[in-house]
Design a protein around this ligand. Structure first.
Ligand SMILES: Cc1cc2nc3c(=O)[nH]c(=O)nc-3n(C[C@H](O)[C@H](O)[C@H](O)COP(=O)(O)OP(=O)(O)OC[C@H]3O[C@@H](n4cnc5c(N)ncnc54)[C@H](O)[C@@H]3O)c2cc1C
Length: 516
């Protein structure tokens, strides 16, 4: 069967999806199974152009699509992301903790979290189980320059320029993977008898027919929302933020350090993200319009910029993005799948959007329907999995708010009200009072957030797994813990002296690509 896959939308979702499907199918087409991918993008609707933090999954995605890390780093002004650093979330007093991408030492064989809870609570949890926060504090890279592409000393993702990322993916998909690109505004949908989409119609009258349609049209959601009217489920009663002020800010000079973590600084009605690229920082304020005004949010952002000596904060302009946090009721309907913002959107607190795009596109690519009859089963499974993932994301983001001791505004107080906390999260919290999240935490095979992530946030925020429930450490465990702790201290020392700074590493890449 020939499968014509038609993707509507040329933002990050559209091009990542095109690349992931094309890398697997377009080179493997046989006489009986052929896949053809067309991406249609409106000249009139701009991409979101934000979304600058990725997960480590992006390394696999880029490798799979066939993009070299060197090319990516130099084309997209990219830098390494090793963690999220949360500032002021517990008490609003500039205190911080790290949620790194590297799991606690011994993860899977022993739960250091329980032993830390029992014996070492006066030491910062992340530092007790991992080296990555210490490396981030020194603005160091997660890898040595001589290491192969995508290999690492410490697990990492990236910070990137979203506009340049889209350009790079576009060029690669068209030139190397055979994706057909059409510029045109989709005005209309031609339905088939069974209510599938048989073709889309562009404003110039051109019709594009296909077997599978992927809606990557962002907030417009022209296929899933406008055409099929699949309901959108707001989650604003759980996650209050609905507005973002986004800015791009120059460095004060060419030698300022480049942070290799996203910094998320809590504010009285939201939080400020700070993402360091090679040549500028992407900084913005996500807040709830129910609790503060745009003017006050802008003021808080400008204060943040002014207080940072590494920034040239003169004449910074901001762009406002309004959104309703939530997701569609279903994500695959008939012969149409929604991926990216058309499927849902919540605040970028843990950079979950790009990873969900990668995971959804990967699933679809692995399970690309070979017959129309397969779609009904696949749609059911995709919908179940994607819904679980959204619930997981919403619970995990909410966790950051409800563990806070902040009482300085109604925003923080209301976040802690029981009626804003999903039952699944209340249940998990009850359990975590008696045991640390462990590897059997969920029955899902494709969970997004491992129990390691939950441990970092819980114990970083000062959560208490009660001492009386913790088992005594036996002799074997004590020996293993001692060894793991020594390894952490030893490897931290070694990395502190061997790893270059981000600035040094990235300058070297730029020099070798002739861009310095
Ligand atoms: C403030 C902010 C910060 C973010 N930070 C992060 C982050 O750090 N990490 C992360 O993972 N994610 C982040 N995100 C999310 C990320 O930006 C998006 O998930 C990502 O950009 C994907 O967008 P998209 O491709 O779905 O939509 P868009 O970028 O909006 O693209 C939509 C595409 O559809 C096309 N289109 C629309 N209508 C039509 C039509 N009628 N006909 C043809 N084409 C049409 C448009 O031309 C465009 O090409 C952030 C988002 C915001 C708002």
């Amino acid at each position: 069967m020939k499968t014509r896959v038609v993707i509507v939308g040329g933002g990050t979702a559209g091009w990542l999806t095109a690349g992931i499907i094309a890398a697997k199918h377009c080179s493997q087409s046989t006489e009986t199974q052929q896949t053809e991918i067309t991406l249609v993008e409106s000249p009139d609707v701009k991409n979101l152009g934000v979304g600058e933090g990725t997960w480590p999954t992006m390394r696999d995605t880029l490798r799979q699509i066939g993009i070299s890390e060197r090319q990516f780093l130099s084309c997209c002004d990219a830098s390494f992301k090793q963690a999220s650093k949360f500032v002021g979330w517990s008490n609003g007093k500039n205190e911080h903790y790290y949620h790194p991408f590297t799991a606690p030492s011994g993860y899977g064989s022993i739960s250091l979290a329980e032993h830390w809870s029992a014996t070492a609570k006066d030491i910062d949890f992340e530092r007790w189980v991992c080296a990555q926060g210490t490396i981030c504090e020194q603005y160091l890279t997660p890898k040595l320059p001589q290491m192969p592409e995508y290999a690492f000393s410490l697990n990492y993702g990236y910070h990137l320029n979203a506009g340049k990322f889209v350009q790079m993916l576009h060029q690669h998909c068209v030139e190397k993977l055979g994706v057909k690109y059409i510029q045109g505004h989709v005005e209309q949908v031609i339905p088939a008898e069974n209510d599938d989409i048989s073709a889309i119609v562009l404003s110039n009258g051109e019709q594009i027919a296909g077997e599978l349609f992927i809606d990557c049209s962002g907030f417009a959601a022209i296929l899933m929302g406008k055409h099929y009217q699949i309901p959108f489920k707001s989650k604003q009663h759980i996650l209050f933020n609905d507005t973002a002020l986004a800015a791009q800010v120059e460095y004060a000079d060419n030698d300022t350090p480049i942070a290799s973590c996203t910094v998320a600084t809590a504010q009285d009605s939201g939080w400020i993200w700070d993402i360091a690229l090679q040549n500028r920082r992407g900084i913005g304020h996500v807040f709830s319009s129910d609790f503060t005004s745009s003017e006050k949010a802008e003021e808080a952002l400008q204060n943040y910029l002014k207080n940072d000596p590494y920034l040239d904060a003169q004449n910074v302009t901001t762009r406002t993005i309004k959104f309703t946090p939530g997701h569609r009721e279903t994500f695959w309907h008939k012969n149409c799948v929604a991926i990216g913002v058309s499927a849902g959107f919540v605040e970028p607190l843990e950079a979950t959007a790009l990873v969900l795009i990668e995971k959804s596109a990967e699933w679809l690519s692995q399970q690309l329907p070979r017959e129309r009859s397969a779609m009904t089963v696949l749609a059911k499974r995709f919908n179940e999995l994607t819904l679980e993932r959204w619930q997981e994301i919403i619970d995990f983001l909410k966790l950051h708010y409800i563990l806070s001791n902040r009482q300085d505004s109604n925003y923080w107080l209301e976040h802690q009200q029981a009626d804003s906390i999903p039952e699944s999260l209340q249940e998990a919290l009850m359990l975590w009072r008696t045991q640390a999240p462990g590897v059997y935490e969920t029955n899902q095979r494709f969970e997004l957030f491992s129990s390691a992530s939950k441990q970092y946030v819980l114990y970083g925020m000062g959560f208490n797994t009660e001492q009386k429930y913790l088992a005594q450490t036996n002799q074997n465990e004590a020996a293993l813990i001692k060894r793991l702790r020594n390894d952490i201290l030893h490897s931290t020392e070694k990395m502190l002296s061997a790893l270059p700074t981000n600035r040094q590493f990235l300058n070297r890449i730029l020099e070798s690509s002739g861009r310095s």
